[in-house]
Design a protein. Structure first.
Length: 196
């Protein structure tokens, strides 16, 4: 028991000492102006990707995010030029491909309409059911009103839900049912903070 506690503290202390050593090396590199890798173009490119993606969610025809993702290529060429190991650049290119695939999936979900004929059929069925219930003689009248109100509420809510599911990504996030973009916004804030 005591040995386990000692081991945990020892690992913590060793890790802290290593981190302090790394910080000291970074401060020395900074003090003597030995920094030669500038990643600010990459940050600005990432900001452009996020901003273009947010714009694309509001515009059905825009594909600015894909152009911004492609604009990352010069940063990777710069990494090759300054001698960054090829494995790192290769990983970044793989992540660029994954980002492109994810954006294309969002485009597909956002721009693919629910079968228009099926949606029209569902609307017609709802209208017919509500109309039939409205003209149906049910005694006593208050029961008819309660049944009509309940069924109307149920079917109209389902129609609204289908409409929301048809376009789940909204930059404005008008309802709680929209897909939240908080991770995208938080990433953008972190990038902006790191540039300042």
């Amino acid at each position: 028991m005591l040995g386990t506690r000692y081991l945990r503290w020892r690992v913590l202390v060793q890790t802290c000492l290593i981190v302090l050593g790394i910080v000291a090396v970074k401060l020395a590199i900074s003090e003597f102006s030995l920094e030669f890798i500038s990643i600010s173009p990459l940050f600005t490119s990432l900001l452009a990707v996020v901003g273009a993606f947010q714009h694309d969610l509001g515009d059905d025809r825009s594909t600015e995010a894909l152009d911004a993702i492609d604009a990352l290529n010069p940063s990777f060429l710069e990494f090759d030029r300054i001698g960054v190991p090829a494995t790192y650049t290769s990983r970044l290119r793989a992540e660029q491909g994954a980002l492109r695939r994810s954006v294309l999936r969002v485009y597909h979900v956002q721009r693919t309409e629910f079968l228009p004929s099926a949606y029209l059929l569902i609307q017609a069925i709802v209208v017919i059911i509500i109309t039939v219930l409205a003209f149906m003689e049910i005694e006593p009248t208050y029961e008819a009103v309660i049944i009509l109100a309940f069924i109307s509420f149920f079917f109209i809510s389902l129609l609204w839900l289908l409409r929301i599911m048809d376009r789940p990504f909204h930059v404005e996030e008008l309802t709680d049912d929209d897909v939240s973009l908080f991770l995208l916004r938080s990433f953008l804030e972190r990038l902006n903070r790191s540039l300042t």
